[in-house]
Design a binder for this molecule. Structure first.
Ligand code: ADP
Ligand code: ZN
Length: 731
């Protein structure tokens, strides 16, 4: 902001384009151009977008250079953001132009804002409110009165544009042109927050002081769900706003953000900016520009919000930091947690990682003093965690096709009799994970992927969870053609719901599974109904594990605690532990009643993970787990990288992968080991065969450099894709 360099007209400038060619030299246009300015440049016959990255370096003849076509009407990308993108590209081994595209995700960035027409609320509702009109007003209310393009508003409401026009004619809405995007309402950090409990107070003060100091630092904020972490980090947000800087809160699940926005509004008197795929194009465009001009104080978003062009970012909160959705494994492979820490460095911002069950990485970093650690010891206003017990399935009378043990069923009945809720947790969407033909033994698979089709009986379809491909459930076997012999094998939530309906025929039940809700709004509504309504039994996938508050829920039954304990995945134990701990934590207690209860159905009650959950000895679990990782030199004590190659033709893929492995000298010279090539964990997706190599290196090895030395000279055959995944989540 202060040290912006400016290039006079005709000066040689380096422009980082968003094309694979990357950095190109141009001449500064008429009127000159600032460093970081987004520009449109001629490239051959085309026009491409780019950012003025610095002085031009090339040897290209000055006389032959072309000037950039024009500057885009947006604040220049700050030196901080450019620094961040450079470092993120280096760390993740992503080409810099690809990384730059992540930061330029504003819709219609190259279009001047003057053409925009927007619709806003302008007056009271007319006396005649049709259903269509109500739908329009709902959209506006749900977005806190935000502005929309007329067509977009109609589309979001699912109505024709004449409905919107009618509301404009009635004076309820106004259509106007918005020459500039409107700033967000200011959040007021001086409004009083809740009176904090003593350990909340200590944590809030430590964070606020760190934020006020204005330097980088990372804190692991630990405390069970309901211990008041959110309340604490909102105080850090207040400190950040007071310092005149911007704050960013990352949430793992869009469905959670609605409740969070309400909470922010209650605390600061206005709603924050919102950034995720469910937000309208107009709003995203507005937020992108306002983050750059400093006209939004707090942004709540998904992982991609880390790439917004904040003018002055002072705080980044990563809520539920252990959540696997923070890892992106598409185009650019990155962990939002790691990138948040990196951005914290470049922005001199405080980073807060909040979780009840931190990732092993964060736990180790806190233990070694690299991160500050703040703990909230108890549930806010509640002394106890739920009681936990296992149900040993080997000793229970369980007929085939039944997944609810007599012990668990009895516990559910007891809760129902007391007017309390029970949650039955099974982390498997659909009806049954496998559909098998009893005539020929065929398991129905996806034609495009190396994956089984999962029966979704509620929708009467078989669905591939890899590529989303689906088809009606057939009556005859696609392999042998025999009719009526297809049978579901294994449980999914839908099948569990069926058993619940048989066992508890008069109970009011709700199934919470992401695929059963068409929109975030429908899901939000279902969650609100469970919290207030008369649902007795909730049947859910991991969707329910995340921060919802169901006050009448006192029993959690984990249907298959063994699911996820097995497998070659190094993180299996960690993930199971986190998930079961989160789910069990949903069981609260009624005032004056007994503590909540979590029952884990298992065939291996002596498994170390199950035992740590039962004993409540989280520290013991992390210590044991980190000891094992350390001994094996696995992350975070050693380093891993995955090389994923894919091609439609398996022979071409095989030959390429073998050839690549034979040339991996730079990897071995760096002291690292190369494993593979082998079929990737999912060997085929959407018709593309996939192979993988794994690199395992000591912590201090410069693996990014070794991988670049190895792969940079490689020319990819036609149609071959290759990506690098630093710190892969599963292997
Ligand atoms: P966490 O983020 O750790 O899950 P929350 O901050 O959401 O916990 O707190 C859980 C519940 O307790 C929320 O409903 C919150 O409003 C309430 N709460 C937390 N701290 C306080 C406080 N100091 N005073 C009053 N209510 C509080
Ligand atoms: Zn598929």
């Amino acid at each position: 902001m202060d040290d912006v360099s400016f290039y006079q007209q005709g000066a040689r400038i380096g422009v980082l384009t968003t094309e694979p060619v990357g950095l190109l030299d141009y001449l500064a246009p008429e009127g000159g151009v600032a460093e970081g300015q987004i520009v449109v440049c001629p490239l051959g016959p085309r026009r491409v977008m780019g950012v003025v990255w610095g002085r031009g370096e090339g040897s290209f003849d000055l006389a032959k250079l072309r000037p950039v076509a024009r500057a885009v009407d947006a604040a220049p990308l700050s030196a901080e953001l450019r620094d961040f993108l450079g470092r993120a590209a280096e760390y993740t081994l992503t080409p810099l132009p690809t990384m730059l595209r992540m930061a330029m995700r504003a819709p219609d960035l190259d279009k001047p804002p003057a053409e925009r027409r927007i619709i806003m609320r302008a007056g009271p509702e007319p006396s005649r409110m049709t259903e269509a009109r109500q739908a329009v007003m709902r959209v506006i209310d749900e977005h806190g009165g935000a502005s929309f393009a007329p067509s977009e508003l109609a589309q979001l409401a699912g109505v024709g544009s004449s409905v919107v026009k009618g509301l404009v004619a009635a004076g309820t809405l106004a259509e106007m042109s918005a020459p500039k995007d409107l700033p967000y309402p200011r959040l007021d950090p001086e409004l009083p927050g809740k009176a904090l409990a003593p350990d909340q107070e200590i944590a809030a003060e430590a964070l606020s002081a760190a934020v006020a100091a204005g330097s980088y630092g990372t804190t692991l904020l630990r405390g069970v769900t309901g211990s008041g972490k959110t309340e604490v980090y909102l105080e850090a947000v207040a400190a950040c706003l007071r310092a005149g800087r911007q704050a960013l809160v990352l949430l793992p699940e869009i469905a959670l953000s609605a409740a969070f926005l309400d909470r922010v509004e209650a605390r600061f008197g206005a709603r924050p900016g919102e950034w995720h795929s469910g937000v309208s194009r107009t709003e995203r465009r507005r937020l992108w520009h306002m983050s750059g001009s400093g006209d939004v104080g707090l942004v709540v978003g998904a992982r991609s919000a880390l790439f917004l062009p904040f003018r002055d970012l002072g705080l980044i909160v990563v809520d539920e930091e252990h959540d696997s959705s923070y890892k992106q494994e598409d185009t650019v492979y990155y962990s939002a947690r790691d990138m948040a820490v990196l951005r914290g460095h470049t922005a001199s911002a405080q980073v807060v990682l909040a979780s009840a069950t931190p990732s092993l990485e964060s736990w180790v970093n806190a233990a070694s003093g690299k991160y500050q650690r703040l703990d909230l010891r108890s549930r806010y206003g509640q002394a106890e965690l739920p009681d936990m017990a296992t149900v040993d399935l080997r000793a229970e009378d369980m007929p085939g096709g039944s997944w609810i043990s007599p012990t668990l069923a009895h516990a559910v009945e007891t809760r129902r009799a007391r007017g309390e809720q029970s949650l039955l947790f099974l982390n498997r969407r659909g009806y049954a994970p496998v559909t098998v033909c009893r005539a020929c033994g065929e398991q129905i698979g996806c034609q495009q992927c190396d994956a089984r089709m999962v029966e979704h009986r509620f929708q009467n379809r078989l669905v591939c969870h890899q590529c989303g491909e689906s088809r009606p459930i057939p009556t005859e076997c696609p392999a042998c053609g025999v009719e009526g012999k297809l049978a579901p094998v294994g449980p999914g939530v839908e099948r569990l719901a069926e058993e619940v309906a048989i066992r508890f025929p008069d109970a009011k039940t709700t199934v919470l599974s992401s695929d059963l809700f068409g929109s975030a709004r429908a899901l939000k509504q279902a969650i609100a109904e469970i919290a207030q309504g008369d649902t007795e039994i909730i049947i859910g996938t991991q969707l329910v594990a995340k921060g919802h508050n169901f006050p009448r829920l006192t029993l959690v039954g984990v249907i298959d605690a063994d699911l996820g304990l097995q497998g070659a995945d190094l993180r299996a134990a960690e993930r199971s532990f986190q998930l079961m701990r989160q789910v069990a934590g949903r069981a609260g207690r009624q005032p004056g009643a007994e503590p909540g209860l979590a029952l884990l159905q298992t065939h291996q009650p002596d498994h170390p993970v199950i035992r740590s959950i039962l004993s409540g000895d989280d520290e013991g679990f992390w210590e044991a787990e980190s000891g094992m990782r350390r001994a094996a030199g696995m992350p975070p004590f050693g380093r891993l990288a995955g090389i994923i190659m894919s091609h439609p033709d398996s022979a071409v893929l095989n030959a390429f992968a073998r050839d690549l492995a034979a040339r991996a000298d730079p990897i071995r010279e760096a002291g690292a080991e190369l494993y593979g090539p082998a079929p990737a964990p999912i060997a085929r997706i959407r018709g593309r065969h996939r192979m993988r190599m794994l690199i395992h290196a000591p912590r201090q090895a410069a693996i990014q450099k070794a991988i670049s030395d190895w792969l940079d000279p490689v020319k990819l055959p036609t149609n071959m894709r290759l990506s690098v995944d630093i710190d892969p989540q599963s292997f």
